[in-house]
Write a protein that binds this ligand. Structure first.
Ligand SMILES: Nc1nc2c(c(=O)[nH]1)N[C@H]1C(S)=C(S)[C@@H](COP(=O)(O)OP(=O)(O)OC[C@H]3O[C@@H](n4cnc5c(=O)[nH]c(N)nc54)[C@H](O)[C@@H]3O)O[C@H]1N2
Ligand SMILES: Nc1nc2c(c(=O)[nH]1)N[C@H]1C(S)=C(S)[C@@H](COP(=O)(O)OP(=O)(O)OC[C@H]3O[C@@H](n4cnc5c(=O)[nH]c(N)nc54)[C@H](O)[C@@H]3O)O[C@H]1N2
Ligand code: SF4
Ligand SMILES: [Mo]
Length: 681
């Protein structure tokens, strides 16, 4: 039997088919699905490797006493224990219970988790790992365009641009099938600009490669705007007709002359000028940001700086041009639209908007005033656990916090201070291993649900195979908890039923899904939101006529480069940055267990000059230290990285013991991409 579905990992949501032969499950291509045209990366091809794995959880686990071992329990015992623990915590007030979700959860799960928090638990304390992923671009998109949809155009539009500028994206390794668009663009005569402190596999496809000091992308954007303005490349007609706020931005850029930019970013003036010339002479420029530019304490301002460049050139809304953010997790986009973000209700409604509360409360069958207000962001939430007036119980669905949170030692201490930690997962992740109750759930091939990919395309994953005995779906777990908590609102566990409710809850909101149905998705290879009615075609491209702001104009926002929260000094003389490798996914909870993917453990990438200076050899261990922790790992001596910077992938415990917890004031994004470090052999 063959089932069409989508990959369990990243935001491309590559189409694939699953073939069941007896007990085995084989991944095969689905060539007609337009996003990946049959191509998959290594992680996609090996995705079935976690099925039937010996470490797969198939029974609930409970811990009887602090410091004791986890033992097997029945579902009734485990859920009763959770409900009793939640009720005990709630004596201190509803906000004593917190919920942490994930951008890998389906729309249905994200929606029901938000409802569980706001209705069955009455807590404002809910946020999710997408805060560490998408939030800076989301905040910037809302400010500049009045809407937050990663790409405002289909991915394949890349091929038809004249120039694509990738700021802090290593898509050749993080979304490999997308790299073919860059190749085709170049075959057709287009150009690619890559901005990254490392010459990555993506940079190998670039016509111009800029290698700035980590955390200086905003200065680079201001410097480019300066040169573009000086060259008369600003599209004055567009700026006058379609935007507001340019005068202040223009004045700001005037003080970022090229020599100053070179001093701050390390990018030579000649390269800056070459880039500005290329952009000035191109009718269709596309600027795309990813985590390299966004995971900073100035992440929002940095994205706004690059949006300003795109707006000054008159690109957003023009065909095959504009600004976009390359979202990360499988449902990074949909996960934030339907209510697991601390300030949002389904349909991308804001929780402090009375009309939004009224609408959603009606769908949920509760009084609007019973809905809690705004909560706090992911890191702030985790940092408050077990403290005075902080939550004493936490439910985790779809995140491996111990590995992926910034300043992880501190966060792990907070998890340990809880009275009750509950983790729903497929495997015993590092976070699940700390829990008082572990709930084993189904994985992607065993359940149905929708995901919204980086283009805003809503796709359907279909159940291909029965789950192992003993596991339940996340939806069933949430329904079981809501029932035990005595919630009067309905908590359906059938995904299509949940989706029908989500459609109503999102109707009229910014992310309107009301016209989307499972059948339409099957027939149309996905449907792009907003889609406000069954006869509406969906919206692959935004902004052609107007922006989603009240006056329909895009907003230039005046932003100034300040730089990283922690800079190198005598004791910690180099920049540390973190990121990904092709064969591992996120905290590695899933991919480290797939036999056919190489599990190298963490490593430290450093330049031969730095290696010489400290006496490090390729393959031999080095120690990286920051003000927060230490990591010993093998050196990888490569000439592709800046000599003043080291890189550590975060798929294993370690990288985040080093990282800084400075947050962007607007988006609350942590500064994963730069802090000060020392390295020794
Ligand atoms: N193989 C693989 N693919 C993935 C994932 C995975 O874990 N593994 N995760 C998915 C998810 S959730 C996400 S969010 C995406 C992330 O996708 P990307 O953003 O492409 O991935 P990263 O490796 O985090 O960062 C990209 C690049 O930013 C560079 N960088 C570091 N500091 C700076 C800086 O200050 N400025 C600039 N311009 N660049 C900088 C790094 O050197 C790195 O090459 O990938 C998705 N796809
Ligand atoms: N230093 C550093 N740290 C980073 C980053 C970085 O670039 N550098 N990137 C950040 C980014 S962009 C992200 S997105 C985060 C991601 O970091 P995490 O939130 O840790 O992401 P995952 O490893 O995907 O965690 C998902 C967990 O949920 C489980 N799971 C998978 N599917 C399901 C499901 O359907 N239901 C349930 N209940 N569980 C499921 C998996 O087994 C796994 O344990 O890391 C952030 N941390
Ligand atoms: S690119 Fe992303 S969605 Fe596609 S196969 Fe790889 S991990 Fe899966
Ligand atoms: Mo992410």
């Amino acid at each position: 039997m063959t089932t069409r579905t989508h990959c369990p990992y990243c935001s491309l949501q590559c189409g694939m088919t699953l073939e069941r032969q007896g007990r085995s499950l084989e991944v095969a291509a689905w060539p007609e699905f337009p996003v990946n045209e049959g191509a998959l990366c290594r992680k996609g091809w090996t995705a079935a490797g976690l099925r039937g794995h010996r470490e797969r959880l198939t029974t609930p686990l409970v811990r009887d006493e602090e410091g004791g071992e986890l033992r097997a329990a029945s579902w009734d015992e485990a859920l009763d224990r959770v409900a009793a623990g939640l009720r005990a915590a709630q004596v201190a007030g509803p906000d004593a219970v917190a919920v942490f979700g994930g951008g890998g959860l389906t729309n249905e799960k994200a929606y029901l988790l938000g409802k569980l928090a706001r209705v069955a638990l009455g807590t404002s304390r809910i946020d999710y790992n997408g805060r560490w992923c998408m939030s800076s671009a989301a905040t910037a998109g809302n400010q500049a365009f009045g809407i937050d949809r990663g790409l405002p155009f289909p991915l394949a539009d890349l091929e038809h641009a004249d120039v694509v500028v990738l700021v802090g994206s290593n898509l050749a390794e993080t979304k490999p099938p997308a790299a073919r668009h860059l190749d085709r663009l170049r075959e057709a005569g287009g150009r690619v600009v890559v901005v990254d402190p490392r010459r990555t596999a993506t940079a190998d496809r670039a016509d111009l490669f800029l290698q700035p000091v980590p955390g200086t992308d905003l200065a680079l954007a201001l410097g480019l705007l300066h040169l573009l303005d000086a060259a008369g490349a600003v599209d004055e007609e567009y700026v006058a007709a379609r935007t507001t706020g340019f005068a202040d931005v223009r004045r700001r850029a005037a003080s970022w002359w090229p020599e100053r930019v070179e001093r701050v970013t390390g990018v030579p003036v000649a390269e800056l000028r070459a880039t500005a010339e290329l952009l000035a002479g191109s009718p269709r420029v596309m600027v795309l940001t990813a985590r390299g530019a966004e995971q900073h304490s100035q992440g929002t301002a940095t994205v706004l700086g690059w949006i300003n460049v795109a707006l000054a050139l008159g690109m957003p809304g023009r065909a095959y041009a504009g600004y976009g953010c390359l979202t990360g997790q499988g449902n990074g986009q949909g996960g934030r639209e339907h209510g697991q973000k601390s300030d949002q209700l389904p349909g991308y409604r804001m929780i402090d908007d009375p009309a939004a509360r009224e609408h959603v409360a009606r769908v949920w069958g509760v009084a609007p005033e019973t809905l809690p207000g705004k909560g706090v962001s992911a890191y702030e939430l985790l940092d408050s656990l077990g403290r005075d007036h902080g939550p004493s119980a936490l439910l985790v669905f779809g995140s491996n916090i111990v590995v992926s949170a910034p300043n992880a030692t501190r966060v792990t201490e907070r998890l340990a201070a809880l009275d009750l930690l509950v983790v729903a997962d497929i495997v015993l992740s590092e976070t699940a291993a700390m829990a008082d109750v572990v709930l084993p759930v189904t994985q992607w091939a065993e359940e149905t649900g929708t995901m919204t990919n980086l283009e805003g395309r809503v796709v359907l994953r279909e159940r291909a195979v029965a789950p192992p005995e003993g596991v339940r779906t996340d939806l069933e777990v949430m329904a079981g908890l809501a029932a035990r908590l005595g919630s009067e609102a309905s908590f359906p566990s059938d995904p299509e039923e949940v989706f029908a409710e989500l459609r109503r809850a999102s109707a009229g909101g910014r992310a309107d899904y009301s016209g989307i149905s499972y059948d339409r998705i099957r027939a149309e290879h996905g449907v792009f939101w907003p889609c406000p009615a069954p006869e509406h075609p969906g919206t692959p491209r935004l902004f052609a006529d107007s922006f989603a702001t009240p006056d329909g104009r895009a907003r230039f926002v005046d932003v100034e480069h300040v730089g990283a929260a922690e800079r190198p000094d005598e004791a910690f003389p180099v920049h540390l940055t973190t990121g990904r490798v092709l064969a591992q996914y996120q905290s590695g909870a899933q991919t480290r267990r797939v036999r056919d993917l190489p599990d190298t453990g963490p490593f430290v990438e450093l330049h031969p000059m730095l290696a010489d200076r400290i006496g490090a050899r390729d393959g031999a261990p080095v120690v990286v230290t920051t003000r927060r922790g230490e990591l010993k790992a093998p050196a990888r001596v490569v000439s592709t990285i800046r000599p003043d910077t080291v890189f550590v992938p975060f798929h294993w415990v370690g990288a985040n013991r080093l990282t800084h917890d400075a947050l962007d004031p607007a988006s609350k994004m942590p500064e994963f991409k730069v802090c000060a470090a020392a390295v020794r052999a």
